[in-house]
Design a protein around this ligand. Structure first.
Ligand code: PNS
Length: 165
């Protein structure tokens, strides 16, 4: 039987506990999970793609079958280059559906072989987003429940440097 490889793409600017919850759960469903830090043209990023990648990597010591990569082209090209056709996405209760529906159908139109699987975020993270975290940090709100410790350290540093606009 062939290994089931899945790609979990996203901006991860930065990684939240909501993203990490999806990583942990998807890693139990697929033989191998590749988290791919990508570019969403509608966003300006606080962290570089290397920084975003490293912040994820530092949380993966207990997840042997998860790899992190970066790519700044089309998602379907990356997925094919990793010899798979499976995309995994997290879906929050209300906010994500329209955008994710559009992306999944566009990717399917570009390559009919691509399959997107959605995992519902756990209830406790259903309202969480990287943008919310950045706004809280900007105004000195407590974000320790929302992001891993290494991410908190890195984002506080960005705040001290005046990088959060
Ligand atoms: O975390 P995000 O910002 O919702 O992730 C969106 C992302 C980066 C997965 C999406 O913008 C993407 O796939 N970008 C790569 C370029 C691409 O393939 N665009 C067409 C998507 S239909």
């Amino acid at each position: 039987m062939s290994l089931k490889i899945a790609v979990y793409p996203g901006s991860f600017d930065p990684l939240t506990k909501g993203h990490f919850d999806i990583i942990q759960r998807a890693a139990t469903v697929f033989d191998k999970l590749i988290v791919c830090v990508m570019v969403n043209n509608s966003k300006n990023y606080l962290f570089s793609s290397e920084e975003r990648k490293n912040l994820i990597k530092e949380n993966l010591s207990e997840l042997d079958n998860v790899e992190v990569d970066t790519y700044d082209g089309l998602l379907i090209d990356y997925v094919k280059s990793r010899n798979t056709n499976i995309i995994v996405k997290g879906l929050r209760a209300l906010t994500d559906f329209e955008n994710e529906f559009q992306m999944a159908l566009t990717n399917k139109h570009l390559d009919n072989n691509i399959e997107t699987f959605f995992m519902m975020t756990s209830n406790k993270y259903s309202y969480l987003s990287s943008s919310l975290v950045k706004e809280l940090v900007k105004f000195q709100g407590n974000v320790s429940d929302f992001i891993p410790a290494n991410v908190e350290k890195a984002i506080q540093k960005k705040h001290e440097e005046g990088s959060i606009k």
